[in-house]
Write a protein that binds this ligand. Structure first.
Ligand code: PBG
Length: 322
C-alpha cells in the first residue's frame, strides 16, 4: 500500500482542522429577526418558536441590550399592529409599531444596524402582502403603499429596508420613493428569491399574518423553479437592490450558490421560522445536539455562498462563538 494522497493527514487534530477550515460562522454574519407589538410589559414566547418572543416596546429595548452586548451587528424588525385594515395602513403610519420601534432602537443603540421588513401582510385584515380586489392580489396599486412604508421606516431612522412582498417592480418603486424623500443613502436588501414555502408556518403565528383566504402562490415563487429565481434576482438588481435574500435557506442551497456565482453581490440566507422550529423541537426531545446541528446548518449556508445569515438562532450562535 503506497498512498501519496491522504486527505486524512489534514484532519488529524483540531489544530490542523482549524488551520485548513474553509468557512466559518462569525458574529458579523448574523442578523437577528425580532417581533414588536403594542402594549407594556409584554414578552410573549411564540409557541411554535421556543426562545423567540413578541415584545412590547419596553421589553424590546430591554432585550436589545443583550443583542448589542453579544456583538450582533443587525436586527430585522417585524411588527404586529394595533389594528388591521384592507389597506394595511398600520404599515406606513408615522407612529406605527415599527416606526416607534425603530426610533427607540436607534435612540438607545445608535450603532445597532436596524433593518425593517417592508410588507403589508402583518397589517392587512386579509393577511395578503398586497391590495386585494375580487379575490385577486393587485400588483401596481400595492407598490405605492410599499413605497410609503419604506419611506416611513427611513424617516423613523431605519438603516436599511427589506421588501418581502414579492410584487413585481417593488424595488424600483421603493428606490425612487426613497431617493425622492432624500434617502438615496439607504440600501435595499430585497427578498429576491422568496419561495412560497411551508417553512413559513411558525412565522405566521409569530406575526399574525396568515392569509385569510387562499395562499401566497400567486406572488411568491414556486419551489421547483431555480431559473425563475435568477430572473427575479436579475430584475431586483436592475431595479436597484444592494443586497439580495434567498429564502428559505436550507432547501435552497442551490439558489444561494447560483445567486452568489452569478451576481457577486452580498447574499443573505434567511434561515426561516420552520427551519428554526424543526431544530428546536428535535433538540427539546433530546433527539439532536442543537449546537452542533445549528452550526452545521449555518456553515452550510456560508459554504453555498451566503455572506449574511438571518436567523432566530442568532443569540445562541453569538453565545456559542464567545
Ligand atoms: C412577510 C414575511 C414572511 C416572512 C418574512 N417576511 C412571511 C410570509 O411570506 O408568509 C417569513 C419568515 C420566516 O418564516 O421566518 N411577507
Amino acid at each position: 500500500m503506497n498512498l501519496t494522497r491522504r486527505p486524512r493527514r489534514l484532519r488529524a487534530s483540531e489544530a490542523i482542522r482549524r488551520m485548513v477550515r474553509e468557512n466559518r460562522i462569525q458574529v458579523d454574519d448574523l442578523i437577528y429577526p425580532m417581533f414588536v407589538m403594542p402594549g407594556k410589559n409584554q414578552k410573549v414566547e411564540v409557541p411554535s418558536m421556543p426562545g423567540v418572543f413578541q415584545y412590547s416596546l419596553d421589553e424590546f429595548v430591554a432585550d436589545l441590550k443583550e443583542v448589542v452586548a453579544l456583538g450582533i451587528p443587525a436586527i430585522l424588525l417585524f411588527g404586529l399592529p394595533e389594528s388591521k385594515d384592507s389597506q394595511g395602513s398600520g404599515a406606513y403610519h408615522e407612529h406605527g409599531i415599527i416606526q416607534e420601534a425603530v426610533r427607540l432602537a436607534k435612540k438607545s443603540y445608535p450603532d445597532l444596524y436596524v433593518i425593517t421588513d417592508v410588507c403589508l401582510c402583518e397589517y392587512t385584515d386579509h393577511g395578503h402582502c398586497g391590495i386585494v380586489q375580487d379575490g385577486l392580489i393587485l400588483n401596481d396599486p400595492t407598490l405605492d403603499l410599499l413605497s410609503r412604508t419604506a419611506v416611513s421606516h427611513a424617516l423613523a431612522g431605519a438603516d436599511m429596508v427589506a421588501p418581502s412582498d414579492m410584487m413585481d417592480g417593488r424595488v424600483a418603486a421603493i428606490r425612487a420613493a426613497l431617493d425622492q424623500a432624500g434617502f438615496e443613502h439607504i440600501p435595499i436588501m430585497a427578498y429576491s428569491a422568496k419561495f412560497a414555502s411551508g417553512f413559513y408556518g411558525p412565522f405566521r403565528d409569530a406575526a399574525g399574518s396568515t392569509p385569510q383566504f387562499g395562499d401566497r402562490r400567486t406572488y411568491q415563487m414556486d419551489p421547483p423553479n431555480g431559473n425563475e429565481a435568477m430572473l427575479e434576482t436579475a430584475l431586483d438588481m436592475e431595479e436597484g437592490a444592494d443586497l439580495v435574500i434567498v429564502k428559505p435557506a436550507l432547501s435552497y442551497g442551490d439558489i444561494i450558490y447560483r445567486t452568489k456565482e452569478r451576481f457577486g453581490v452580498p447574499v443573505a440566507a434567511y434561515n426561516v421560522s420552520g427551519e428554526y422550529a424543526m431544530v428546536k423541537a428535535a433538540a427539546l426531545q433530546g433527539w439532536i445536539d442543537e449546537q452542533r446541528v445549528v452550526m452545521e446548518a449555518l456553515v452550510g449556508m456560508k459554504r453555498a455562498g451566503a455572506d449574511l445569515i438571518i436567523t432566530y438562532h442568532a443569540l445562541d450562535v453569538a453565545r456559542w462563538l464567545k
